[in-house]
Design a binder for this molecule. Sequence first.
Ligand SMILES: Cc1ncc(COP(=O)(O)O)c(C=O)c1O
Length: 388
Amino acid sequence: MSMQRLAKRVEQIAPFQVMAVMARAKQLQAAGEDVIHLEVGEPDFSAPEAVNEAGKAAISAGKTGYTAATGLPKLRHAISEFYQQRYQVDVAPERVIVTPGASGALLLLSSLMAEVGSEVLMPDPCYPCNRHFLLQVGAKARMLECASVNNFEIDLDSLAAQWREQTTGLWLASPANPTGSVLSKDYVAKAWDIVKQQGGHLLVDEIYQGLVFEGEDFTALSISDDIFVVNSFSKYFAMTGWRLGWVVVPEWAIEGATKLAQNLFISASSVAQHAALRAFQPDVLAECEARRQTLAKRRVTLIKGLQSLGLPIASAPQGAFYVYVDVSSITSDAMQWCLDLLQKEFVALTPGADFGMKDAHKYVRFAYTCDCERIEQALERIKRFIQA
Ligand SMILES: Cc1ncc(COP(=O)(O)O)c(C=O)c1O
């Protein structure tokens, strides 16, 4: 037995429950079963071909060294222009820090904004890694119970009362994972007013930006230059494995964020950054838009199917590529239900417990990552499973 020990904080990090589902799905697949994957947070698209080619060209040209810690100046400009063209918002390129995925951005922001012993408020349910990033820096997430009838949005009327001595900020996401809900601009503006009054910071995770099917596709940067906004090439640009994202910080935070970027990452992947420059060209943007249309069709297929099965959708699925579904009328344990469904009908879903505490056992997340035909097939199988 080794005398060495893992750091205590590791014990507080929950593994993803969906890993058990994915491990079983792999075994079943290896045994020749036809598994339908609706559990993973990435659609079945690869990065646009022109982006892949730009990546190859960067490698051939030897553009494989470190870049500036904050990212290639050209890429920071391209991101700034993107905000101007698509959202008519001025974002100085100096405020854009390119990171290894939104994950890198969230880790950086945890270091930048959360003191040891402090807490950050976020909705329950939300993206599970948020609370773990905060743990890394000796801070905590305090997840606020949210009601399904309110799309799992934090009640802003009681937000000020939730603020405590050790509270330093509020983290929101729109469109959100796992619920697919989209916040209104009014909601974010109101949240910012409250947070500002408390002297806190507001972070809005916009990683699913552009993937909006109902509601307004906006950026929180249109509300204030003092809001921190996280984004990524992973979702709209389908570049998950390239590991590239960014954060927009207020002027006064540039220096601090730069120091942290230098120390935490040295730089994001050079090849990925050169490839990403291609992502903002009109032909690639048109391809991403066509994919959004494809996702829109899948969304309708899935929603209609769930409705015909009588499975209540827990939150208006207006964006991203998720639908959060209430399965409490058929099970008291969504995790076990996911495992049983996989075992009997070979459909993989993510249990709600990965995203929240309150009533998480009631919910499962569907990701519409397969084509409509596969989604229909999955729904048929679920129907059979429920009726068995
Ligand atoms: C809400 C949210 N934020 C951040 C991430 C991290 O994404 P990435 O590091 O691939 O950019 C994800 C990934 O699924 C997510 O759903």
